[in-house]
Design a protein around this ligand. Sequence first.
Ligand code: ADP
Ligand code: MG
Length: 693
Amino acid sequence: MRPEILFPLFKPVTAIAGIGPKLARMVGALAGPKIADLLWHLPSGIVDRRHSPLIAEARSGEIATLVVRVERHRKPPNPRLPYKVVVADDSGRMALVFFHAREDYLQKLLPVGETRVVSGRIELFEGEAQMAHPDHVGTHDELDRIRAVEPVYPLSVGLSPKVLAKAIAAALDQAPELPEWSDPAYVARNGWGPWRDSLKAAHAPGNLTDLAPGASPRMRLAYDELLANQLALALVRAAMRKVKGRAIAGDGRLRAQAIAALPFALTASQQTAVAEILADMAAETRMLRLLQGDVGSGKTVVALLAMLNAVEAGNQAAFMAPTDILARQHLATLAPLAEAAGVRVVLLTGRERGRGRDEALAGLASGEIAIAIGTHALFQEDVVFADLGLAVIDEQHRFGVHQRLTLAAKGRAVDMLVMTATPIPRTLMLTAYGDMDVSRLTEKPAGRKPVDTRAVPTDRLHEVTGAVGRALGEGARVYWVCPLVEESEALDVAAAEERFRHLAGLFGARVGLVHGRLKGPDKDRAMADFASGRIDILVATTVIEVGVDVPEASVMIVEHAERFGLAQLHQLRGRIGRGERASVCIMLYATPLTETARARLSILRETDDGFRIAEEDLRLRGAGELLGTRQSGLPEFRIANLVVHGELLAAARDDAKLVLSRDPELESPRGRALRTLLYLFERDEGVRNLRSG
Ligand code: ADP
Ligand code: MG
C-alpha cells in the first residue's frame, strides 16, 4: 500500500486550483496526469527579472522589473489600435501597451493613482521606452517575488507558461518532507540536501549552471530515481531467487549428437557461453542469464545446446522469437539439428491453426514434444507444457518484462535465457536488468569478412543500380532496404512497392518483395525464394532487421540511411558479411545531412564493433532514444540522464545491493524510507514481493 504521506502527490492535476479537465489534458500530455508528474517537470531555462532600473535608465531589449505609478489609461479610438496605460516614476514616463485588451480588466489591474510592479521586456517605440504585455503586474508587496530569477519550463502548444508555472508551484507546495532513504554519509559526501529541499532548489535555478544535469539538486533527484530503479530490480531478483529453482543437468548425450551434426566447430566464446549456461541450469537457483552477442555471432546454436541440456534432463524447452519470419527461420535451422539427436520440435505462431496446432499442443502437454519454437503465440493460455524447464527469448529487446515473465510462468521455476544482438551498453543493461548474469559472444565465427561500407547521396541512385546489376552478374544476392517510419506503415509499404516495381523493371523476375503487411505465406515465400536463390534481390522494409540469416547475401542497399538509428543500421548490415563473398553495404542518404546523421554514417564506416557502436549511439542520442525506449522494455527516466549520470547508477546499484543484504525485507527505518522512495517513483512492483506491513 502506498504510504499516506504520498497521497497528495498521487492526486490528479485537476486537484490543483485553476486546472480544469481541458488544461489537465494538456498538462497530462506534457508532464503526466498526476501532481507528482509536475514535480519531475524541471525547468529548461531562466528569465532573470532582478534588473530593476528607473524608467529613464531602462534600455531597449532588456528584461526589467519597474516600480511605477499609474497615471492614466489611453483607450484607443479604434479597437484595432493598442490600448495604452501611461505609467511613471521619478525619472520619467513610459507606456504599457496592450493589444485586444479588455478595458474593465485593465482598469482593475492598473488602477489610476496606484503604485504597481511591472516586469517584462523594454522596447523602444518612436524613441520612447514602452513595455508590451508585461509578463507580471503586481502590487508593491509582490516586488520581491517578481524581482527574481524565474524558471522557464518546457511547454507545449496552447499551454501558457504562467498557468504551467503556477500549477508546478502548487504541486511543489504539496511536496511533503520525506524521511531520508539514502545513505546519509553518501548524501553528505556529495553535499546534497534533503529530498524536498533539492526538489525546490531544482525548480528555483539562480543561473544557467543550475539547469545542467550535473547541478547538485538535480544530481540528488537523479540519484533518487536511479536508486528506486535499482532497488526495484534487486527486489524482483531476490524474489525470483527465493522461489527455489531446480537443478537441470543433462548427460550430454543429445548435445553430442547435435554438435556432430553441425557443419562447423563452435567458437571459443560459444563454448564458454554454453558452459556458463549449463552451470547456471545445474544450480539449485533459477537461471536468469543474458546472452549478448553481436549480429552473426552465433547465438542460436548456443540456445540449442541449452535446450538439449534441458531435454536430456527430462524437461522441455521453449524458444520465443519476436517475429514470424524469425521463428520460422529458427525452426528451419534448429529442427534438423534437434532431430539429428532424435528430439521433436514444433512451431507455434499466430499462423498455426486447426489440426496441426491441436497436435502440437497435445504433444507439448503430454511431454512427447520436447521443444517449442514460436512467437508471442507461445504464451497463449491453451499452450500447456508437461514440464517446461527452460525458456529462451531471442532478440529480447522486442519483448517487455511482462511478456518474459508470462512465458516463465508456463512452468515451475523455469530457467531463463534471454538473447540479444543489440549490444546494449553496460549502463543501460543495469537499468533494465540490474545485475543480471551475462554471457558474451565476443568473437565472430571464423571466415567472416568485414563489410565494405559506403555512404552515397541518393542522387547517385542510378550508379548504385548499375553496380547492383554488375554484382548480380557475378552471382551476388542483394538486400534492398526501404525505411520504416513508425507513423505510417502504409506510406512505407507504398515506397517499398514502388522501389520493387522500379527494380523489377530493371532486373525482371529476379526481384522479390517482403514487408510487414504481406500475408504470412507470402512473406515465407519471399524469404524462401531469396534463401534458395530463386530471386536474388529482396526489397524489404526493416522486417529483415533482426535475425534473418541468408549467408549467400553479400550486398545491402539501405535507402534513407539517415533516418535510421546507429544500432539499427548495424543490425541491418549484420545480415551480410556472413558467407564466402566480400560484402558491400551502401547507405543511400538524402542531402543535406544533419550533423548527427553524418556522425552516424561515419561511425558505421569506421567500425563494425557492435559495442563501440552502441556506446556512440548512446552518446549521440541520449539514453532515452536508444533502441526506442518504449518498444525496448528499457525503463524511461524522468530526471536521470544516463549519459551524464552513469556513475550515479553504479553507486545506486551498489547501495541497493548493500541495503538488501542487511535488511532484505526493508523493515529498518531506512528500509521504510526506501519503500516510500519506491512508491514515489512508482517502482512499487518491487515492494509487492515483500512481506506486507
Ligand atoms: P546471431 O547471433 O545473430 O543470432 P546466428 O545464430 O543466426 O547469429 O548465426 C549466424 C550464422 O553463423 C548462422 O548461419 C550460423 O549457422 C553460423 N554459425 C554459428 N556458429 C558458427 C561457428 N562456430 N562457425 C561458423 N559458423 C557459425
Ligand atoms: Mg539470432
